[in-house]
Design a protein around this ligand. Sequence first.
Ligand code: URP
Ligand code: ZN
Ligand code: ZN
Length: 452
Amino acid sequence: MTIIKNGTVVSAEGLTKADVAFENDVITLVAPAIEAGAGDHVIDAEGCLIFPGFIDGHTHLDMDSGTSVTADDFASGTTAAVCGGTTTIVDFATQDKGNTLMHALESGHKKADGKSAANYAFHMAITDWNDETKAELPLMKEAGVTSFKAYYAYDALRVDDGEMLQILRALKPLGGVLGVHCENGTLVNALQAELKAAGKLSPAAHPASRPPVVEAEAIRRLCAVAKLADMPVHIVHLSSEEGLSEVRRARQDGQKIWAETCPQYLLLDDSRYELEGFEGAKYVISPPLRSKMDQLALRKAVINDEIDTISTDHCSYNFEGQKTMGINDFTKIPNGAPGIEHRPVLFYTSFVASGEQTPSDMCRLLSENPSKLFGMWPRKGQIAVGADADITIWDPSTKGVITAAAQHQAVDYTPFEGFETVGCARYVFVNGLLTATDGMPTEVMAGQYVRR
Ligand code: URP
Ligand code: ZN
Ligand code: ZN
């Protein structure tokens, strides 16, 4: 048995001084003082917070965008994740047009099985909606997939409103949750063409091709479709105040809308696109970084409990050789940026150490809510007897600086270079196995598929 002594257990409800014991991969006791017996392994967590391992509900590892494969695969991406305190990720299995959902799930497993330091699950991204795809949905449930994804942008991936309606209706009897990438792809294509025709080819044109209204319009439309289907929906990577207004409008209308945002939209702004040379390419993500006003609006929404989850949308491409593919044309820059390693420390520093949020808020946004939303509760997202031994022991006393040189993400930059941080993941257990200490990996690939 392993006993974590002298720490403070964090839940979404509050903090409790308690010891935590686990045996193999299950938490067996949470009590004020647990006596260690012969053979027990004791960890001193004096001054530390004991969080249920953080869950990142939005990552893209070993993903082929059609022109590039992400720099991080499951080995490097999940190793980076555990170094930062994330013990479970939900990645994407994406249907190829003309192919089955099962094929997509099998290829997700081939990429991840036996190669992951963190636990992993898959959202199933539906890109080719037809009768065969519909017939496969119950099989997905049997295979442990309870969350799905659809895109309103990207020509190779997007579905139209009629298809979105049918997908939502088909998911209703299964109880599956649908996350949606909300950007109007038709408008994006038109704006990209206009900008290119005007000779605007640098990364600075990227945000101009995807302004907030492109996001807000898609959110509004999705909410209308969801209302028609009488289904809740999950808005992924919410980036703008205008988009947030649409979420509020639908909620006021009585709809159940979950909203996710990401550290990049809370901490970075669109001035990054004006950086010297081609540097702005590092921030070519979709939706793009927004104005300081948007950033402030989203930060307030986090504090007001209008945001349900904070995920990374980790999608790493090297600056050299991958982002540079778009040196003469911003539309050829692969979209995405890394973040899987740094989400907990960025949130802790910017919201908890600053006093704007509590450790319990962090637990709710980074552990409990994603667990509940994605069908992992009560096994994950809480420190409780019978829950999985996915545990992040957080030391709030340390200070650091984020650099690409020190990161474990297998990519040649970080958008958060030079950010000063407070706190670190001192010990990270995945299924009861130690996978990282003080931000360094133990190289134990303890991750298992999370059948939901
Ligand atoms: O730019 C991004 N976010 N790339 C990853 C794919 C997506 O849209 O989530
Ligand atoms: Zn997306
Ligand atoms: Zn994404």
